[in-house]
Write a protein that binds this ligand. Structure first.
Ligand SMILES: [Zn+2]
Ligand SMILES: [Zn+2]
Length: 410
């Protein structure tokens, strides 16, 4: 058996040139991004996007496998020497909303828009695949490219994990990295932190059932409306009274509905909302506390309450060693001023959390604020007017490639 010490040593690191190499690929990276931007697809079935990825990877020394339950694409690039596997991820799905950017490559599909920048993620990961294909002789191990559908609430990562993406390189991936484009940061800035980067997101629904009647005679009815109103305020109080202020949580009621007109007490009222936490402990607490409060407030009003919590994504928790490595690489490859450690997490959620539950890794935001716009004023991700600075793409390509090269040289 040949041990690693018998192998010829790998060429020296060439991280300094990576950004220039990524910039040299910029025309094809931007072209792919615009192709995908024009044809946004939703959820777990993205056939056109999948085909665009396959066409773009065609001719590269990358083995591809397609998802069986979704339109995912897994690519594997094998280095010239054996070693561990590293995973790079891009999500591919769009959002169900109209686009109002006025861009010449704006969405051609009604009520579908790449408003979370996932089109840029696909293009950057393909760019990294092109770039890393030129560096095969410097890789000891495999790079797994995870092109996943269904990030926006559809648990696409879980489907891919179930279908074996973490073992696609022939061995369990040792570490994993994902980049998310962000309009409210200066172009090319990599911002990340360890521990919780993003929150868990569970949704809840509450149905308050009373007894309908005449609006003028509430004593002969059981009115669900004041019960529903009290549940909204009780949930806010309960968060502040039962959750450690240093382990924050957000409970937001986002929908309240009941009744049909001004003189009828309805039989039912409905609430829906979201629960965001930064730890599994507080998450578990609120997943039982929200329905309990709703049920008992309803009961105090003589109503019956049907409350349900639908589990969403877990907390996205990054490894400190991997995060520091990303920050060091960003400083080396993109420049010290572009490497930023975030003070606080963001209460949004990500299904890359499923990968980071199983593999140590990092998740970084990549600034892509349009030129001449104050990052604080830029239309944010998920806005119908969000515009990303395409110059950021080269920085993302270089970061993905640097992370893989660094992981497979050690
Ligand atoms: Zn999103
Ligand atoms: Zn997103």
């Amino acid at each position: 058996m040949t041990g690693p010490t018998d192998l010829p040593s790998l060429p020296d690191a060439r991280f300094a040139g990576l950004l220039d190499e990524a910039k040299a690929l910029q025309a094809s990276t931007v072209a792919l991004r615009r192709t995908i931007h024009r044809r946004p697809e939703l959820g777990l079935q993205l056939p056109e996007t999948q085909q665009a990825v396959l066409d773009a990877l065609d001719g590269l020394p990358i083995e591809t496998t397609l998802g069986t339950t979704t339109t995912s694409v897994t690519g594997v690039l094998r280095g010239s020497q054996p070693g561990p596997a590293v995973l790079l991820r891009a999500d591919m799905d769009a959002l169900p909303m109209p686009e109002d950017t006025g861009l010449e490559f704006a969405s051609e599909v009604p009520n579908a828009m790449h408003a979370c920048g996932h089109d840029t993620h696909v293009a950057m990961l393909v760019g990294a695949a092109r770039l890393l294909s030129e560096h095969v002789d410097e890789l000891a191990g495999s790079v797994v490219f995870m092109f996943q559908p269904g990030e926006e609430g559809h648990h696409g990562a879980r489907h891919m994990i179930h279908e074996g993406v973490l073992d696609a390189g022939g061995t369990r991936v040792a570490n994993a990295f994902a980049i998310h484009t962000f309009a409210n940061l200066p172009t090319g800035v990599i911002a990340t932190r360890s521990g919780p980067v993003l929150a868990s997101a569970d949704s809840f629904s509450v149905r308050v059932v009373g007894k309908g009647g005449h609006g003028s005679m509430p004593h002969s009815a059981v009115d669900p409306i004041p019960a529903a109103a009290e549940i909204v305020t009780a949930l806010q109080t309960r968060v502040t009274r039962s959750v450690d202020v240093f382990d924050p949580a957000v409970v937001t009621v986002t929908r309240i509905a009941g009744g049909t007109t001004d003189n009828v007490i309805p039989e039912t009222a409905e609430l829906e909302g979201t629960i965001r936490t930064l730890s599994e402990r507080t998450r578990a607490h609120l997943r039982t506390e929200v329905p309990r409060v709703a049920e008992q407030i309803g009961e105090a009003h003589g109503c019956r309450v049907l409350a349900d919590v639908v589990p969403g994504f877990p907390v996205t928790a990054a490894d400190e060693t991997e995060t520091q490595r990303v920050l060091d690489l960003a400083a080396e490859v993109l420049g010290a001023e572009r490497s930023q450690r975030m003070a606080n997490p963001i209460m949004g959620a990500e299904d890359f959390s499923y990968v980071l539950q199983r593999v140590p890794g990092a998740f970084a935001f990549l600034g892509a604020c349009p030129p001449g716009v104050d990052p604080a004023e830029a239309a944010p991700n998920h806005s119908n007017r969000v515009v990303y600075d395409e110059d950021a793409l080269a920085y993302g390509v270089a970061m993905y490639a640097a992370y893989a090269l660094d992981s497979l040289r050690r």
